[in-house]
Each structure stands twice: as C-alpha cells, then as structure tokens.
Ligand binder design. Structure first.
Ligand code: FEO
Length: 167
C-alpha cells in the first residue's frame, strides 16, 4: 500500500530514470557522430541500464497497488564540447539521482513504509556503483587529455555490454 505522496515520488523517479536513459542515449548518438564508437557503445549500455531502472520502478509501483503514470520527458542535451564534458555532466547527473533516491528513502522512513525502504535499498547500492564507474572514467579522461590515450580508452569502453541483473 502506497500513500499518495510516496506513490507520486516513485512515479516521479520512474520518469526521471527514463529521462536519464534519454540523456545517455543522446550521448551515445553524439559519440557515434564524433567517431568514438567505444564511447557510443558504453553510453548505449548505460541507456539500457537506465531503462532497466525505470522498469524496476514501473513494476514496483504497479505491484504495490499504484498506477505508474508516464509523464512528459524533457529533451536531453544533444552535444558536448569534449568527452570529458559529457562524463562530467553524467557524474553530476548521477549525484543528482543519488540525492533523489535518498530523499524518497527518507520519505519511506518518515511514513514507516518498510516495503518501499527495502525496494529502495537496491537503488541505494546501485548509485554507489553508478557514481564510481562514471567518476572513474572522468578521472581517466583527465589523465589522457585529447591525445592518443583517448583512442585506447575508446577501445576499452567499447567492450561494455549491458547484462540485466538477476535480482
Ligand atoms: Fe538510474 Fe544512473 O541512475
């Protein structure tokens, strides 16, 4: 059972995850255009991961007796000055996602809704990984600059494949 306030917060986050997916899909397209196929592939996997997050909220809201109402999704930015600018943008975005998830977890505690609290635990752990993986690439991009290292990093990032977590 969800209060109206908690249901609204979960719906808002579901739509925000779709927005996150669109940002990364847009970055994927941008990198493809720039000739950085590995970066493009990494961002496409990130898009798939965000859609998985969105569907986790979608399924949970409906299972908990709510109505997962889809909302309007803002158009994402379409280009970035440098790969570093894109990944810094991604890191900032993920830090914002973490803050949003924490705020919903606070609301669940306030309302003593332990079921929602347990559901959100997965996302709390996931956000640690999300910030870490993006932060790691920001660090590498700062090290390699615009030189040949960028092409090696492009090759490394191109090995990423999204696999749906089993739980
Ligand atoms: Fe769904 Fe990257 O947070």
């Amino acid at each position: 059972m969800l209060s109206q306030k908690l249901e609204a917060a979960l719906i808002d986050q579901m739509n925000w995850e779709i927005y996150s997916a669109h940002i990364y899909l847009s970055m994927s397209s941008h990198f493809a255009q720039e000739g950085l196929g590995g970066f493009s592939k990494w961002m496409f996997a990130q898009y798939q991961e965000e859609m998985f997050h969105a569907m986790k909220f979608f399924n949970y809201i409906n299972e908990a007796g709510g109505h997962a109402k889809l909302g309007q999704i803002e158009a994402p930015q379409v280009s970035w000055e440098t790969p570093l600018a894109a990944f810094e943008n991604a890191l900032e975005h993920e830090q914002g996602v973490t803050a949003r998830i924490n705020a919903i977890a606070d609301l669940a505690v306030e309302e003593k809704n332990h079921a929602v609290g347990i559901f959100l635990q997965w996302f709390i752990s996931e956000q640690v990984e999300e910030e870490d993986s993006v932060g790691d690439i920001v660090g590498k991009l700062k090290l390699v600059g615009d030189g040949g290292g960028l092409f090696m990093l492009d090759r490394d990032l191109g090995t990423r494949v999204f696999t749906e977590p089993t739980e």
